[in-house]
Design a protein around this ligand. Structure first.
Ligand code: ZN
Length: 287
């Protein structure tokens, strides 16, 4: 196995999903290749850092407004969505509110990370809630309510980003290869991180660094990273939300992770441990 082949299976390895057929060549390569070992480690740290540092507080006014309703209406006895959806469809407003309150944080969190601005995220959250009320009748229950809700939120967030991009001038769309494993960005800055992601997450400037890192990603990669690695949705649910194939979600996630790893390792890597990447393709395979 060569470094670049390892790269293509990186996500599956990190997620514990590696095809048994390539498990041993993968591990064999990894144990003999220091740069690849560090890259794998960097990726794990990158994901952990985002999780450790991610906690957005709702804006006070929004939170107070929503939680007043929550306290009044939320009944702990009913945590299943399906009965609530049935009741809401039948015109029960309390059921509708319970459903929305249950996911308010997640909707706001997804919106916040995609649009990167508090105010815009509030707008997206409100648009999402309004859309749900207007379109609940069209909700087909073969899909989970949460999936449907997050699809609406994601669509509003992406629409707002595009509107913003139009206002800002030329289109930000890139025309590079998207959903194939060709030309996956190869790791360049490979170094062991100076501190653990948990320690970094405690530091004051961290939020800004990881916000900036996320902001540098093209929207289509950012959205996948937010849903998969921060919200911890499955590949299947993410694909359903975005209207993509699961294969496309996997490739986009790999790109997102590699791009974030690169940027964060430049910030948090220990220069003295930096190693050169292999010249890809030249390393003799161990097999
Ligand atoms: Zn390697």
């Amino acid at each position: 196995m060569k470094c670049e082949e390892l790269l293509a299976s990186l996500n599956e390895y990190v997620d514990g999903d590696l095809d048994p057929g390539i498990c041993s060549p993968f591990q064999e390569h990894l144990s003999g290749c220091n740069p690849c070992q560090i890259v794998v480690d960097n990726i794990r740290h990158t994901i952990k850092l985002f999780k450790a540092a991610e906690h957005y507080d709702l804006p006070t006014a929004l939170h107070q407004q929503l939680s007043r309703v929550l306290r009044e209406r939320w009944k702990a006895k009913n945590h299943e969505d399906r009965p609530l959806v049935e009741q809401a469809k039948a015109g029960d407003f309390a059921a509708m509110e319970s459903l929305l309150m249950k996911y308010e944080r997640q909707v706001f969190g997804v919106a916040r990370r995609i649009v990167q601005q508090h105010q815009d995220a509030e707008e997206v959250t409100q648009q999402t809630f309004v859309s749900v009320i207007e379109h609940l009748g069209e909700f087909r229950e073969e899909s989970q309510f949460r999936t449907w809700l997050l699809r609406i939120a994601t669509n509003h967030a992406v629409a707002l980003l595009r509107k913003r991009a139009v206002r800002a001038g030329p289109s930000l769309d890139d025309h590079g290869p998207d959903d194939t494993y060709d030309e996956i960005p190869h790791p360049e800055y490979i170094a062991i991180w100076r501190e653990t992601p948990e320690d970094i997450a405690m530091q004051h400037e961290t939020r800004q660094h990881i916000d900036e890192a996320l902001a540098t990603l093209n929207e289509k990669y950012r959205v996948v990273f937010v849903l998969r690695d921060i919200e911890e949705l499955s590949t299947r649910e993410t694909a359903e939300i975005l209207g993509l194939s699961q294969a496309a979600v996997k490739v986009r996630l790999l790109r997102a992770r590699l791009m974030l790893r690169e940027r964060l390792t430049r910030l948090f890597g220990d220069e003295s441990t930096r190693v050169a990447p292999h010249s890809h393709g030249e390393r003799p395979t161990a097999m």
